[in-house]
Design a protein around this ligand. Structure first.
Ligand SMILES: [Zn+2]
Length: 162
């Protein structure tokens, strides 16, 4: 039996006018609105964390960090990726790669793709990260500009005894 495990994660945050935009471990200073949340609202990082935890069968962001835990209030996407990478590594898992797609009208991921992929990769300890962007052609909550969504997949190599 293969010792590879895949996991999926999805995240959505509402957009709020005047809040700074943090996405894929980068600040996007040209954006006039940003994601609301208990943390910095980085949907790409959060979806990636959930995908990694899911692949390892270690729960999800809510169960690991708790949305009410003040320790993680205002936590950056980078902080959460580092903590998740550390927790799965402690349990013997190796992250093979992570793929994330952002669903939003703005910002355009392609303009800073390399920089964002590199920032997320560094947070995960050098794991390859691929980042894509898409829109919903004006449909739904992302199309109306009410929020930003992200979906992620992660591939992990299980510990030898799994
Ligand atoms: Zn989130």
């Amino acid at each position: 039996m293969s010792n590879l495990r895949i996991g999926t994660g999805i995240d959505v945050h509402p957009l709020v006018s005047g809040r700074p935009m943090f996405l894929a471990c980068l600040n996007w200073p040209d954006e006039t609105s940003g994601c609301e949340g208990h943390s910095d609202g980085d949907v790409a990082a959060h979806a990636a964390c959930d995908a990694i935890l899911s692949a390892a069968g270690m729960g999800d962001l809510g169960s690991v960090f708790g949305t009410s835990d003040p320790k993680w209030s205002g936590a950056s996407g980078e902080d959460l990726l580092k903590e998740v990478a550390s927790q799965v590594a402690s349990a013997g898992w190796k992250i093979v790669n992570v793929s994330v797609q952002v669903i939003a009208n703005s910002p355009k991921i392609g303009s800073r793709r390399e920089e964002a992929q590199s920032a997320m990769s560094i947070a995960l300890g050098g794991v390859p990260v691929s980042l894509a962007g898409t829109t919903t052609d004006g449909l739904g909550l992302t199309g109306r500009g009410e929020g930003v969504a992200a979906i992620a997949s992660a591939l992990l190599e299980a510990p030898q005894d799994r």
